[in-house]
Design a protein around this ligand. Structure first.
Ligand SMILES: Nc1ncnc2c1ncn2[C@@H]1O[C@H](COP(=O)(O)OP(=O)(O)OP(=O)(O)O)[C@@H](O)[C@H]1O
Ligand SMILES: [Mg+2]
Length: 292
């Protein structure tokens, strides 16, 4: 029997008490490996709250949540952080890249941070090669030594996707990934999602954009914290995006990386999510390993 990647059973999330906000109410949702599912709904419906729980950034106040058959509701915060680092990648509307670090550095630092969470103190070989592979996977190999400020919005989001992929997650969670992009750049992101999904990555994409939602094979809709399945039929036809223009050749160079805090913060981030913040301050002191 195949275990679902995600299995939410009667998940509820209540904020406060006087008055209580019932952000999620009795959510049942099972997602199989390799599915691409979109989550739509009006503002305030509970989409980000749901994504935060799916990503183990937040805990439900009721119900059970399983990732690959593991009951996350019984795990400690550290155990949940380890699970997240090993299996889950995040992409947000605001790309949250470090503006003064190259594409390659942005991706390598994410890998360093992830590694510190999963196996603190050990040295990871091939960090650079892994980062380059992730960057090439999103078609930005020629931009590896560019600063994010020199990239288009779509390219920045592709870097954010590469950063999410460098840990080889089995699940990619995206909250409005095309919210800051025009239709051409959105199409490029959707093309990458299509390829990643074809390679077996499970995708959960929160979006307000019907075109983006339409690319998923399955769509669920949330209103007032209650979820309903709206479609599980075939996705809309793809738009194929032209390849990105080649950048000037050049060997990516890494400089030293000082203390820099990048907080990758979901909207309405609950307290427990502080652990997942890409806080590079802590890892910047381990930069002796950075160039290996
Ligand atoms: N930390 C919090 N404390 C109290 N209420 C919260 C908190 N986070 C979210 N909420 C409430 O929970 C509900 C769902 O919020 P959520 O951010 O999940 O909505 P959303 O569907 O992602 O909206 P949007 O499309 O605007 O991003 C809203 O009513 C919101 O005000
Ligand atoms: Mg939201």
């Amino acid at each position: 029997m195949t275990t679902n990647v995600l299995d939410l059973r009667r998940i509820g999330r209540q904020y406060g008490t006087e008055p209580a906000v019932h952000a999620l109410v009795d959510i049942d949702l099972a997602v199989a490996r390799g599915e691409w599912i979109s989550v739509t709904g009006p503002s305030g419906a509970g989409k980000s709250t749901l994504l935060n729980i799916i990503g183990c950034l937040d805990r439900p106040t009721s119900g059970k949540y399983f990732v690959d058959g593991i009951d996350t509701t019984t795990l400690s915060d550290d155990q949940r952080a380890g699970l997240r680092s090993r299996r889950i990648g995040f992409v947000f509307q605001a790309f949250h890249l470090m503006p003064y670090r190259s594409v390659l550095e942005n991706v390598m630092l994410a890998d360093l941070y992830r590694h510190e969470r999963t196996t603190p103190g050990s040295v990871t070989p091939n960090r650079r090669a892994r980062a380059i592979a992730a960057i090439e996977r999103v078609g930005l190999g020629a931009r590896a030594d560019f600063l994010p400020t020199k990239l288009s919005g779509g390219e920045r989001q592709r870097v954010a996707i590469a950063r999410a992929l460098v840990g080889s997650p089995s699940l990619l969670l995206c909250d409005e990934p095309t919210g800051n992009l025009d239709s051409k750049n959105s199409a490029a992101i959707l093309d990458i999602f299509r390829k990643l999904n074809a390679e077996g990555l499970t995708l959960v994409v929160v979006t307000h954009d019907n075109d983006v939602a339409g690319r998923a094979a399955r769509c669920v809709h949330i209103v007032d914290g209650r979820l309903r399945e709206t479609r599980s039929a075939a996705p809309q036809p793809e738009r194929v995006n032209p390849p990105a223009p080649a950048a000037p050749a050049g060997r990516p160079r890494l400089g030293s990386v000082g203390a820099y805090a990048l907080v990758q913060t979901p909207v309405n981030r609950p307290t427990s999510a502080a652990q997942v913040s890409l806080s590079f301050v802590s890892v910047s002191f381990r930069l002796a390993t950075f160039h290996r």
